[in-house]
Design a protein around this ligand. Structure first.
Ligand code: UD1
Ligand code: CA
Length: 498
């Protein structure tokens, strides 16, 4: 962007936002993974200002603490009493000292404002050599906004607040967005001369325009192409509107960059999410935080991924993942829950009704069904049978389980941590593994089966079970075969090995 670099951007965020009816200060409400004020600051940074100043007041500890974390580049100025927009800017200038050059003033509650629109305002301000240029918009319903009063030649005379406006002025549909480019020195001078003799008894920043014009300076206006962009958030209805618009913008950018979004209306993607070409996002999917989806991966339907990395060509269906790393070509879901610290290797599988936490699952290893893997390291090429629990919690502390390479854990196993299963080992179905298993061993840890012949005939005589049993015993050709030799019921064992 070849626009004149502003000396400062001042973001006003001291107001209370009572119409949000919230314990959370208005500017800290989130849309698309960022607070309202952080969206504004992101747009402001697009102009590479020399200084970024945020005026805070209401809930200043909370807002200040948030900004200290998300915007360490911003200087915070506290406005003790909310005496109006003019007072807020004056407070900022008093704290910052004289600023030469252009000052852009904007609000913390207008997250749709784009850097491009602010750049157009700055360009116009510089090209027309104005003392001040206000960003305006023509809106269907200007109720509540300051109106732009122009003379017969279209020159801006003043801005009149709704509460101070005459009926004719109220009929004006060109509104003040509250965003301005000012000459720094003239702004400071104008602010020293504004009063509070108005309907709200506040120092109006808008009064600076009439003062500068009366002094013979050039006062201009720049009409925004899209009025929605300058409308701020005052209540939760507007919050939802803004979220929808921002989400549409984010999806459009991804689609133009080669991502397929099957259902844009039912897909929500945060501002910080990164996606590569040929990613496919199925309906009902939310991608949040710092999630990254690599080329060719498919996510959804019905998946919520937060701060999660999805590897190239991986497939993630009906899954909730938080802080997980899914390897290239891996498959996850449906109905999987990946909690922080889950790392699934290349080509691995986490299947249906599986929960994982702090679990490294090696390349090509599979956890296909109904299993909890907590605090574990699983090597490469291993298989965990259905319905296993990595028993990681003894009621006080958490313990780790290690499963080696090419291990076959039978179905319905409890691996009671801390425990290690060596490379190439097998465990029998239904085992409760409490001791380490050496490499290549078969661990059997379950009660031996005992058949009490004739028990039904003696204890359940005359029941349908008894009758079925009698029929079976009378037909010798249907008697059960003797069990094959080999693995005692290892799920997923190579049949060739039997
Ligand atoms: C202001 C403008 C109005 C414009 C509208 C656009 C004035 C006098 N009026 O009106 O012309 O159409 O914005 O939304 O400027 N703030 C502070 N400290 C204060 C007062 C306000 O930081 O003492 C901040 C608020 O947090 C908010 C912004 O300034 O972000 C605007 O304040 P608000 O009270 O909403 O101004 P409006 O009356 O809506
Ligand atoms: Ca407002």
């Amino acid at each position: 962007m070849s626009v004149p670099r502003p000396a400062a951007v001042i973001v006003l965020a001291a107001g209370e936002g009572t119409r949000m009816k919230s314990k959370t200060p208005k500017v800290l409400h989130e849309v698309c993974g960022r607070t309202l004020v952080d969206h504004m600051l992101a747009a402001a940074r697009g102009l590479t200002p020399e200084r970024l100043v945020v005026v805070i007041g209401h809930a200043r500890e909370q807002v200040g603490a948030h900004l200290a974390e998300t915007a360490p580049d911003a200087r915070l100025v506290v406005q003790e009493k909310r005496n109006g927009t003019g007072h807020a800017v004056r407070t900022a200038l008093e704290a910052e000292g004289p600023i030469e050059g252009t000052i852009l003033v904007t609000y913390g509650d207008t997250p749709l404002l784009r850097a491009e629109t602010l750049a157009v305002l700055l360009e116009r301000h510089a090209a027309d050599a104005n003392a001040v240029t206000v960003l305006t918009a023509v809106v269907p319903d200007p109720t509540g906004y300051g109106r732009i009063v122009r003379d017969g030649d279209g020159a801006v005379l003043e801005i009149v607040e709704e509460k101070d406006a005459s009926p004719e002025q109220r009929a004006i549909t060109e509104m003040n967005s509250g965003v301005y480019a000012f000459d720094g020195a003239l702004l400071a001078d104008g602010l020293r001369r504004i009063g509070a003799a108005n309907a709200q008894g506040e120092e109006y920043l808008t009064d600076v325009l009439a003062i500068l014009r009366e002094d013979g300076h050039r006062v201009g206006a720049c009409v925004a192409a899209d009025h929605a962009e300058v409308e701020g958030v005052n209540d939760r209805v507007q919050l939802a509107f803004v979220r929808r618009v921002l989400n549409d913008r984010i999806l459009e950018a991804h689609m133009r960059a080669g991502v397929t979004v099957v259902d844009p209306a039912g897909t929500w993607v945060d501002a910080g999410v990164v996606m590569e070409p040929d990613v496919v996002i199925h309906p009902g999917t939310q991608l949040r935080g710092a999630t990254r989806v690599r080329a060719g991966a498919e996510v959804g339907p019905g998946s919520t991924l937060t701060d999660t990395v999805v590897g190239e060509d991986a497939v993630v269906r009906n899954t909730v993942a938080d802080g997980a790393e899914i390897g290239a070509g891996a498959t996850v879901g449906p109905f999987a829950y990946l909690r922080p610290g889950t790392v699934l290797g290349r080509g691995g599988k986490i299947g249906a009704y599986v929960e994982t936490k702090n679990a490294r699952i090696g390349e090509g290893s599979k956890v296909p069904h109904l299993t909890y893997v907590g605090d574990a390291t699983i090597g490469a090429g291993s298989n965990i049978g259905a319905a296993c629990v990595f028993v990681n919690y003894d009621g006080v502390g958490k313990h780790h389980t290690v499963v080696g390479d090419h291990v076959r854990v039978g179905s319905d196993n409890m691996l009671v941590a801390p425990v290690t299963i060596g490379d190439g080992a097998y465990t029998a179905a239904g085992s409760v593994i409490t001791s380490d298993v050496p490499p290549g061993a078969m661990a059997v840890a379950r009660g031996r089966q005992r058949n009490i012949e004739g028990w039904v005939a003696r204890r359940r005589a005359g029941t349908p079970s008894d009758e079925a049993a009698r029929r079976a015993l009378a037909a010798p050709e249907t008697a059960p075969e003797t069990a094959a030799e080999g693995a005692p019921g290892v799920n997923g064992a190579d049949p060739a090995a039997r």
